[in-house]
Design a protein. Sequence first.
Length: 561
Amino acid sequence: MNTPISIKHSYAGRHVLLTGVTGFLGKVWLAMVLQHVPDIGRIYVLTRKKALRPAADRFERQVATSPCFRPLHEKYGADMSRFISERVEVVSGDVSLPDMGVEDPEVLARLRRDIDLVVNCAGLVDFDPDLRDAMTTNVDGARNAANFVAACDKAVLLHISTCYVTGKRNGLIPEDIRPDLSPDGQPFDVEVECADVQASIDAILAEHESPEMDRRAHDDAIKQIREKGGDENNAMLVRNTARRVKRNLLKDAMVAEGQRRAGRWGFTNIYTYTKNMAEAWIARRLDPGRWSMFRPAIVESAMSYPFPGWNQGFNTCGPLSYALGSWFRHLPCKKGNPFDIIPVDYVCRGMAVAGAALMRGEHAPVYQCGSSDLNLLTIDRAVELVALAHRKHLRTRGDTTLDRVVKSRWDAIAVTPDHPLRIENVRKLTESVDEWLRDPPKGWPEFIRRRLTDLVEHTEDALEAIDKIERMCELYMPFIHDNHFAFVARNLLRHPVVEPEWDCDPRSIDWRHYWIDVHIPGLRKWCFPLFENKTPESYAPRHPFRLRAPEAAPAPHAEVV
């Protein structure tokens, strides 16, 4: 075991470059460090400008409106602008570009001279995005971060990855990195693979610029316009629809190619495939003394910071949890499979610990941050806890008597994919009902026939919801049924921490309390509204926040102990 680490002393006077600050992890990590390490030197926040909105304006808006920064607003009040401005400097840039997209030569030179630690949180987290986007953000971004660190005087790189870069390796998965091997042990050369990916992208682009593809897009556009009762003789309508069709066909082709390549190498999806390549590029480019890979498992609602239940967006287990609060209560999965959830504040504490160890030169190459190794939660237990949380809510706050009396007593259960009430059978039954409602028996009274056809709208809504659930189950099957992922997470615990607020040991998590009293209520407040096309509760600080121009140079380094 290493010498105990003081996070306050390790970061005091140190200068950090943070990417991905608008994301869930980056935002919580920044707020937490500012809250608990006020003596940090300067945090340079790399932010992209969009259209006419400068990068600093985008950052100001995040701090002024995100509930994540509420504890800081409450602590500093009218002094918040001064406090943040003395510690945070927004840098306009883009990780997908060389030199991190920093165009000002003076700023770039200062960063290369002063930065001690780069925390690369930037990444595209969609499971199966357009292959071009995944390569640009996840792979090129990591390569540019590595090149930037290599050009710095002393900077080291904490790269935020994911446990699932290990691919389809079942059982207990160690904290190691194999940049020259695929998950199943095949030789893997990231440089060759990136060149092959680019060749495939170029070929797909060429194919979609062909006259044949133009004709197909035109024909599909006419078909869509007819189905919607539009005017197929409207040239502008046809042209615009054809452009949209062609754009979607191109994206579908890029997604299919990414899925093919990911499956060929043994990865669950495009996200894990490209994040693995990101790790390989960093390991190839930088000396081992200058990097650590930090791999969270499934990052979910905060246990305590910035406050219990805080979440952002509609992330990994959110859709599953939402669906299990509806009439869909039979989740296809494999009982006993680990469901590796870790609260976001535990992850951010672990990031701070790993970054401190890296700056001290006491780091491990890989830090996995999860719960399956030390505090196992199985998927069937998670399903049970989700149901209990929904039932507790519906008993007192259900919208209808049906909610309070029936749904509040209806359990969710884990089932095999061939269960009679599997989602595929529910969809077939709903389609049959929909077809019957559209054409009821001819001999029935007209008022009944009209009433039945009026119900078609409800079956259409049900079919739309079923399609979403079916797609969701398909996306998550590799994680809840097909594979048995259990990630070793011991390297973080080899760095004892002085301050209790930075403890990241997952053994302290009480899963029943977390799911019923923290996580599901947090999802209900911050994430479920997004699924219903609603806007979550907004935040408005009592005192307006504005960044101020720095009045002095960053503070000198403090002694690291």
